[in-house]
Ligand binder design. Structure first.
Ligand code: CP
Length: 304
């Protein structure tokens, strides 16, 4: 089994991973040697703090080992992905990859003899969404009936939230004035529509009124953030998105928990007062990447 998006999982399997993450967090000693002798290859074409740290520490704390592989310093940069993964998967027990293109990840999954985890591509970020749902379950006690409002760009994180929420009974409203076209997945959106749990609106004030959780993400994808060629588009986005910033004023009548997957761009998608609000669970959410990484690996390696 791979984890490229949540298409690979039933709602029940997803909830099992979330519950395992909560259990692993409360009883880390029980899993100290669960992955003794096992190796995880972590391949990065893009930058990362949380995904790299959480998966590497997860493997160490489970008794296994993780290898950080920078795409540019390997022959992945020169050769066919299929052949390189045929080789790699004969040496490790699991692969986690952060790639620019989902189509390359699909090739990896096809070539691999071992489970492949999507560490974030242009379409999906499932390991992030597991940590998000875990955080919501910890706060509310249950996912069914909880209401999440995602405010920002419709992107990879938004897709995985829509997919994860609608599979676990969470009502999700998206307020996304801009759609990142490379992230478009009509099948995912159609499946979400059928559940009746996803709606989309531009009325941000109304959307947050009865929200349990309000969530935002960067307005510019990581690979473009410092790219001078993207500067004009970045400026255009900032202008258009500013009225959708999460801040104290927007949430003045709301009791919602504030979420962000990080890295944060203070003063853009979220204000400093919202980050530091007593209702902010952003740092706990990022800490939960560790426990959710453990739960994902345990599930895929059938060690639970
Ligand atoms: N949220 C997230 O994936 O963080 P990194 O990009 O730092 O890994």
């Amino acid at each position: 089994m791979h984890l490229i998006s949540f298409k690979e999982l039933t709602g029940q399997q997803l909830e099992e991973i979330i519950d395992k993450a909560i259990e692993v967090k409360s009883n880390p000693q029980k899993y100290r040697t669960a992955l003794e002798g096992k190796s995880l290859a972590m391949i990065f074409q893009k930058t990362s703090t949380r995904t790299r740290v959480s998966f590497e520490v997860a493997m160490t704390q489970l008794g296994g080992h993780a290898l950080y592989i920078d795409w540019r310093t390997t022959n992945f940069a020169l050769a066919d992905i299929y052949d390189e993964v045929q080789y790699l998967s004969r040496n490790v027990d699991c692969i986690m990859a952060r790639l620019l293109r989902n189509s390359d990840l699909q090739v990896m999954a096809k070539a691999s003899r071992v489970p492949v985890i999507n560490g974030c591509d242009e379409k999906y970020h499932p390991s992030q969404a597991v940590a998000d749902l875990m955080t919501m379950k910890e706060k509310k006690g249950t996912l069914k009936g909880a209401k999440l409002v995602y405010i920002g760009i419709h992107n990879n994180v938004c897709n995985s939230l829509i997919e994860g929420c609608t599979r676990t009974g969470v009502k999700i409203t998206t307020v996304t004035p801009i759609f990142n076209e490379p992230s478009r997945d009509e099948e995912l959106l159609e499946n979400a529509r059928k559940t009746g749990l996803w709606e989309t609106t531009l009325n941000v004030k109304k959307a947050v009124e009865d929200a349990d959780f309000v969530y935002t993400d960067t307005w510019v994808d990581m690979e473009f953030f410092l790219d001078p060629k993207f500067a004009a588009e970045k400026e255009k986005r900032v202008k258009l998105m500013m009225p959708y910033q999460i801040n104290r004023e927007l949430l003045k009548k709301s009791d919602a928990y504030i979420m962000h997957d990080m890295p944060i761009h203070r003063g853009y998608e979220i204000s400093a007062d919202a980050i530091e609000s007593p209702k902010s669970v952003i740092y706990e959410q990022s800490e939960n990447r560790l426990y959710s990484a453990k739960a994902i690996i345990l599930k895929l390696l059938k060690k639970h």
